[in-house]
Ligand binder design. Structure first.
Ligand code: NDP
Length: 333
């Protein structure tokens, strides 16, 4: 399958180009950048045969069957809608759109057109999170009482552009990081938060957008979820905890793009390390996407997953702005 990259982005260059090329029979034919010069340089650097500043050049190319959209967040909706309309399969970066209504429109359009549409939520692809989910599902933790997510990191300088100063491009830690936590919590608990409360603020990097947020989510089952996200915490490290009536899982360094981390389970028999696969998260996502295109299985995170993670993140932002509990609006999906 030939791919077109929509967006000459960092995430494509650091992870997704290699992940696409790792799949048998998959290659990247063209990259679109809003700047013809940057597109040419990006294509040359990554050995991509063609570049263009016109999305239509990719969408009109009958040899290209799939596109990967990794532009800034406000562009995902129009670009994905155009790609779907052209009959391309779409792997879209998170957050899918700037509003839940737009994200729902994307999912419905892809369904109607019969193309595969997926959201690039990498964390549920990690061996660490797959192992945590298996522990929850096995019943070893008993009835789940609470989840705590520690995702306060330091945004690397090369990513400190639109994320910290451009609300129109979808900047802020909530659309960047909370959206991933939302997907990860849903992946583990198989349920969607009903309402959230939150406080957000700036702590050194954000200019016109929040760079830190703490939120608490109410799950239909009564499980309590606590989430801490930030761009400004240099030494905090990341983690994910699940606490049940029979056991607790404590995972550290697992809210990351790398296949790393440590997991321990504590129960009445003591404290035990949990072993997990160290496969590449993005390769796993591409395996599932290509499988879905070939008619086998589903993408790791599909469009509905992307709508729901966005809905939760936007509810967190709204709750922080209003200073009150906000019900999550999933847009009827
Ligand atoms: P970048 O800032 O690297 O790229 C976004 C856009 O910015 C590009 O499409 C490009 O526009 C423009 N751009 C890139 N470099 C330059 C430059 N040197 N000068 C001027 N403009 C430039 O963003 P990221 O790769 O960090 O993020 C892109 C998307 O991917 C976002 O939606 C983000 O949320 C998501 N993401 C997802 C991750 C995941 O693990 N799922 C991880 C990181 C990001 P153009 O294409 O027009 O040249």
């Amino acid at each position: 399958m030939h791919w077109g990259l929509i967006g000459a982005s960092t995430i494509a260059s650091e992870h997704v180009i290699d992940a696409i090329r790792s799949q048998d029979g998959n290659s990247i034919k063209s990259v679109m950048s809003s700047s013809a010069k940057r597109g040419r340089e990006y294509a040359a650097k990554h050995s991509i045969p063609e570049s263009t500043s016109e999305i239509d050049q990719i969408l009109r190319d009958p040899e290209i069957s799939a596109v990967y959209i990794s532009t800034t967040n406000e562009k995902h909706f129009p670009q994905a809608m155009a790609a779907i309309d052209a009959g391309k399969h779409v792997l879209c970066e998170k957050p899918l759109a700037m509003s839940v209504a737009d994200a729902v429109t994307m999912v419905n359009a892809a369904k109607k057109k019969g193309v595969v549409f997926a959201t690039n939520h990498h964390l549920r692809c990690a061996g660490s999170h797959i192992a945590i989910r298996e522990l929850i599902q096995s019943g070893r933790l008993g009835e789940i009482l609470s989840v705590r997510v520690f995702h306060a990191v330091y945004l690397p300088p090369h990513l400190q552009g639109w994320r910290i100063n451009d609300p129109k491009a979808g900047g802020g830690v909530i659309p960047d990081v909370t959206v991933h936590d939302a997907d990860t919590v849903r992946f583990h608990l198989d349920e969607d938060p009903v309402s959230v409360v939150a406080k957000a603020g700036t702590s050194g990097l954000g200019e016109g957008v929040e760079d830190s947020v703490m939120s608490i989510w109410s799950m239909p089952s009564g499980i309590m979820v606590q989430v801490h996200d930030s761009f400004t915490h240099i030494h905090a490290g990341t983690g994910f905890e699940v606490h049940g009536t029979e056991g607790s899982v404590t995972a550290s360094n697992v809210m990351t793009q790398q296949p790393v981390g440590q997991i321990f389970v504590d129960d009445k028999s003591g404290n035990h390390p949990v072993h997990f696969s160290d496969h590449n998260l993005y390769v796993y996502a591409l395996q599932h996407f290509c499988g879905a295109v070939s008619g086998f299985g589903k993408p790791a995170a599909d469009g509905v997953d992307g709508v729901k993670s966005l809905a939760i993140a936007l509810a967190v932002r709204s709750a922080a702005e209003k200073g009150e509990s906000v019900e999550v609006d999933y847009g009827g999906i």
